[in-house]
Design a protein around this ligand. Structure first.
Ligand code: SAM
Length: 209
């Protein structure tokens, strides 16, 4: 691992440990994010999430919202898989500025998913999110907002760090929404998501009831 990449991960860990908003960090990181994460650390979270979405939402005409889309790694993978109707939302304008010229997304919406967004209810036929659930990022409190954005019957695919999944007891939040018949759990699976490091992750796939 290069020193630069480890410095960024150390900085990220500091934000997460203090649970403060990572938005300034992503603004600062935007220009080298892909090189550090994919190039130096072998990040694959975007591939895991996009491939799962393709399994559970096989219709290539489906309208998809990419939550915490960042520089567009998930959208780029979905585009390569044949999807053509992808919008993205992210609270870092500078990450969005890197995604914009790639012409992957229809709309790129600046917004914080921990609050109610400007997006209409039931607007999408699938939601995907990779690497954006963690302290200082998104938390399970925003599940209802993500669920609001997709139509009944739509898959919601989330890939996140496995340590946060366990420490913050995401399973109980997921179960509560299933017991209330808000969504149905389709799959929860463990994956390592950085080839240069041991980084356990969790893939969570649900369907809005
Ligand atoms: C680790 S990056 C993942 C980006 C992209 N999904 C990927 O796989 O490369 C996390 C992204 O989530 C965004 N993010 C974190 N918290 C957010 C929030 N509360 N609302 C909107 N975006 C958020 C960050 O700005 C950042 O772009």
């Amino acid at each position: 691992m290069s020193n630069k990449a480890s410095t960024v991960l150390d900085k990220l860990a500091e934000y997460e440990a203090s649970n403060i908003s990572t938005q300034p960090l992503y603004d600062e990181w935007s220009q080298t994010y892909e090189k550090d994460l994919v190039g130096n650390l072998g990040y694959t979270g975007h591939l895991i999430a996009a491939r799962a979405l393709a399994e559970f939402a096989p219709d290539k005409a489906a309208s998809i919202i990419d939550i915490g889309c960042g520089t567009g790694l998930v959208g780029q993978t979905l585009k390569t898989l044949g999807y053509g109707h992808i919008d993205g939302i992210d609270f870092s304008e500078k990450m969005l500025n890197v995604a914009r010229p790639k012409a992957i997304y229809g709309k790129l919406v600046p917004g914080d998913l921990m609050k109610k967004t400007v997006i209409e209810t039931n607007a999408y036929q699938a939601a995907v999110c990779a690497g954006s659930f963690a302290p200082g990022h998104l938390g399970p409190e925003c599940y209802p907002e993500i669920i609001r954005l997709v139509a009944p019957g739509s898959p919601i695919v989330i890939f996140m760090n496995g340590a946060h999944f366990v420490e913050d007891d995401y399973q109980s939040h997921i179960d509560r929404l299933e017991q209330s018949k808000v969504w149905k759990v389709l799959e929860i699976k463990a994956f390592n998501y950085m080839s240069a490091l041991e980084r356990p992750g969790r893939l969570i796939v649900t369907r809005k009831c």
